[in-house]
Design a binder for this molecule. Structure first.
Ligand code: ANZ
Ligand code: ZN
Length: 819
């Protein structure tokens, strides 16, 4: 018996695969095999690969390898998301250039990937920080700019005082910087934005294509993030101001119940209309609000705060004067930054009214107790009261009616509002794609001409040059910043901000289709062949940002006529996390398992198999509950099985054992279906059962020389190649097969061997089970009825009574009704 030596097997096949490059996608125009595109979310090069990578890439690889085995032309690329802040922080610490840390880590990860052996097409490798890549990120920015989808505006932005850079709303988690945890501040700055709000409706509607193919919770998160609300706009005159002010409301039916008016404390309108005698109080309050996070502001737990602005708004339908307040619970960037307050039917307004002793007027009779007394606003169905022309109407009728009235009188009308904000994409950092715009005193914003792309990052910037100063480090590189205006030739300055790294990752999967293409970001023909992506695998932490931005980019590319589909990822799989002892792994708490150590101890295949076998791919894996040694034992049994078959003990060459063949073919059939439906852990369990059956056939059945045993061993090997590729390749060779195993070898179940010999038929008398019969699955109904009535047990149960009716559901049930 040859010994199973995982390390030796690994080294041997890693070298051979490197030579053979078996997973390169075929590009030839003549290749008319069905195509599949399997994509794993590309890694960020922060040190070596960890357990989380090991899980995600093992799962993604099962799908890709299955497609390779099925004979498809598969695209399964790898690259690196290699711009970003950590590289810059490392460079400051080490007095080096961010590229040094970045590319050293990429090399480390690439070597680890070679060993871990996902079925990548290495020839398509890309790094978003390469000028050959970010040239096209800049090119895309300019196309967005031309379409009015990239623009600059001043406004309040999230500012991380530690990283000294702005953050998108999505990067603020519970008021803290997603990266470093510092409390985020609000600052007034001019920044670049992508107009993703223009695509809000389509981002929502096109989710119909993803229904059933993406995890339901991801679709829900996207839907909530886009946050569509239907309602009405209503215009209010503010005394002493010419222009009326518009508010958005989801409850226009409550217009007669509005008793005051609230403007966001940080909105320009509050500053503009504040009466002189209230100015000091207002400014003090605004200063306090500027330090609050959006989460705090929307919290229903906190006591409401605000200041009276000394002004009055006029209710357009009844002419009432309503005091105007400024408060933090109204957000400057949502709706129109001002609201009509209806305390009887909105809890936030009621809390505010009770705090500042403002009037509460019920206008929808719901049958609940008076909100002014209970402190609980009533939001349910009911009948309108105190509402002039709306009196007596039900809520939904009243909404329709008042919306009509407002439109007729030119005081507003139906409106839709989205929670989604435009995407703030500029960063005051170095290690990103420079924004390809030049600012000229006389010409204003001037796009860098396409033929001058890429706008390369300057070299020689290192260490302390990168320390956060609140402006981009690029601003201090004089010979980089100062350029001639491409339009007038006069002295001008480059934009010194770089792009959010989410811009880089919004289109990388297009680039993989033609990674060396020089005529554009991608070769339109190649993208037409490969995309959309059949399977995207990655962490649920990207459920909102990355996926939403990628969907947005795809729609813009569609509008540019570059592609013919509107959703990039047909199917999405979110793998769970690898945890330890019930908790997230973390370097700081020491609750950590090192991937390199696990591989050194058990070998790659054991780690991969354990990852997949531990549960459904969506579930978290607690590594403390995983048994790598159990997996190692299983793989050595597989190896021994192959070795036994390869050197049979000299029994007679009988025709294959039918019982074992049936198990083999049922396993093929089931594993195929299980892999298709991503129940990989169950698939492995089936392979284990087949190994046991084959072992039994060798030890106490027809013996190792029986052709059915060889068939079982070869089947085990191919099925296992999705999960433990090194061992499978080795046992394939042990079995005397020479062609590379990894492609085109998926077995097909013989339907004749899937037919079951017999099924159990339940016979009931008066609803009670009285007998069970083993019958052929193809038995005819009259034959089954005859057998049932002939049963001794049935006759005993009938006790001489006659039979009124026999209901036969062949081959499973016979129901006898006595007379
Ligand atoms: C009057 C009213 C009466 C409201 C009522 C609700 C209930 P969603 O569903 O999130 O879209 N609102 C509007 N703009 C706001 C802003 N900038 N900041 C905070 N709140 C704002 O919520 C829309 C409702 O939120 C609007 O409808 C408005 O309050 C408030 F019985 O108007 B409502
Ligand atoms: Zn100019």
């Amino acid at each position: 018996d040859e010994q199973y030596d995982p390390r030796a097997i690994q080294d041997k096949w890693q070298a051979r695969w490197a030579e053979l490059n078996p997973f390169a996608a075929a590009e030839t125009a003549s290749d008319d095999r069905e195509r599949r595109y399997a994509l794993d979310m590309f890694p960020y090069p922060s040190g070596d690969l960890h357990m989380g990578h090991a899980e995600a890439f093992a799962i993604g690889d099962v799908v890709a390898r299955y497609w390779f085995q099925r004979g498809y032309n598969v695209l399964h690329p790898i690259g690196w998301d290699s711009f970003g802040l950590p590289a810059e922080n490392a460079a400051i610490k080490r007095d080096s250039h961010p590229a040094e840390w970045t590319y050293a880590n990429i090399d480390t990860q690439a070597a680890s990937f070679q060993r871990y052996a996902p079925s990548f097409d290495w020839s398509r490798r890309l790094h978003t920080s390469d000028p050959e890549y970010y040239k096209w990120t800049q090119w895309l920015f300019l196309r967005f700019y031309e379409r009015g989808l990239a623009y600059r505006k001043g406004g309040l932005v999230n500012w991380c005082p530690n990283d000294q850079t702005v953050l998108a709303n999505e990067q603020v988690v519970a008021g803290n910087c997603e990266r470093c945890g510092a409390t985020v501040e609000r600052r007034l700055l001019t920044q670049w934005y992508f107009k993703i709000t223009e695509y809000a409706e389509r981002l929502l509607d096109d989710m119909a294509q993803l229904e059933g193919e993406w995890p339901e919770r991801v679709l829900l998160m996207q839907r909530n993030w886009i946050g569509r609300s239907e309602g009405a706009d209503v215009q209010f005159v503010i005394e002493g101001r010419d222009e009326p002010v518009t508010v958005f409301t989801t409850r226009p039916d409550t217009l007669f119940g509005a008793t005051f008016f609230v403007v966001a404390a940080d909105a320009a309108l509050a500053d503009e209309i504040c009466a002189p005698e209230q100015r000091a109080a207002f400014e003090a309050y605004r200063e306090q609000v500027s330090r609050e996070s959006e989460i705090d502001r929307l919290s229903t737990e906190r006591e409401k705060t605000g200041v009276f602005l000394g002004r009055y708004a006029i209710n357009p339908v009844n002419g009432e004067r309503m005091p105007v307040w400024a408060s933090d619970y109204v957000l400057a960037e949502y709706g129109h930054g001002a609201i009509m307050a209806v305390p009887a039917h909105d809890q936030r307004d009621l809390d505010f009214a009770r705090r500042f002793e403002l009037a509460v007027r019920v206008v929808v009779e719901t049958g609940d107790a008076d909100p002014a007394e209970t402190g609980v606003a009533t939001a349910g169905e009911g009948t309108l009261v105190n509402s002039g022309p709306l009196d007596g109407l039900a809520k939904s009728e009243a909404i329709r009616r008042i919306t009509e009235i407002l439109a007729e009188k030119d005081l507003g009308g139906a409106a839709v509002n989205y929670r989604l904000r435009d995407w703030l994409l500029s960063r005051q950092r170095f290690w990103g794609a420079p924004i390809p715009i030049i600012h000229c005193e006389s010409c204003g914003e001037v796009p860098v001409p396409d033929e001058q792309l890429p706008v390369r990052l300057p070299e020689g910037v290192r260490g302390a040059d990168l320390a956060p100063k609140g402006v981009s480090p690029l601003a201090s590189v004089a010979d980089w910043v100062n350029v001639d205006c491409p339009k007038c030739g006069g002295a001008a300055r480059r934009d010194t901000d770089t792009m959010d790294t989410f811009v880089d990752s919004s289109w990388y999967y297009f680039r993989y289709c033609s990674p060396g293409y020089e005529g554009g970001p991608f070769d339109v023909e190649q993208v037409r062949k490969w995309m959309p992506i059949d399977q995207y695998t990655g962490g649920v932490e990207h459920a909102i940002l990355h996926l939403l931005y990628s969907r947005f980019f795809t729609k813009v590319l569609y509008d540019m006529g570059m592609i013919d589909f509107t959703e990039p990822f047909s199917r999405l799989l979110n793998q769970g996390q690898v945890i330890l002892n019930g908790k997230a792994m973390s370097k700081t708490t020491g609750n950590l398992v090192d991937l390199g150590e696990q591989i050194a101890e058990y070998g790659v295949d054991v780690v991969r198999l354990a990852m997949i076998f531990s549960g459904p791919p969506e579930d978290d894996i607690d590594w403390a509950d995983v048994s790598p040694s159990g997996m190692a034992k299983f793989l050595s049994r597989v190896h021994r099985l192959a070795a036994d078959v390869a050197s049979p003990a000299g029994t007679d060459p009988a025709s294959g054992d039918t019982a074992l063949r049936k198990i083999t073919h049922r396993t093929i059939d089931e594993v195929t279906k299980l892999v298709e439906s991503k129940r990989f852990n169950v698939a492995i369990a089936r392979v284990m059962e087949l190994v046991s059956a084959a072992r039994k056939a060798i030890d106490s059945g027809p013996g190792a020389a029986d052709p059915a045993v060889r068939e079982a061993a070869e089947t085990v090997t191919v099925l296992l190649s999705l999960f433990a590729p090194y061992t499978a390749e080795e046992t394939w060779e042990v079995l005397g097969r020479t062609a590379p195993l990894a492609k085109d070898n998926w077995p097909v179940a013989d339907p004749a061997l899937l037919v079951q010999d017999s099924v159990t038929c339940v016979v009931q008398v008066a609803g009670k089970v009285r007998d069970r019969l083993e019958v052929s699955p193809e038995i005819a109904a009259d034959e089954l009825e005859r057998l049932a009535l002939a049963s001794d047990k049935v006759r005993a149960a009938l006790g001489g009574a006659g039979v009124r009716k026999v209901i036969v559901r062949a081959p499973k049930i016979v129901n006898i009704v006595p007379s």
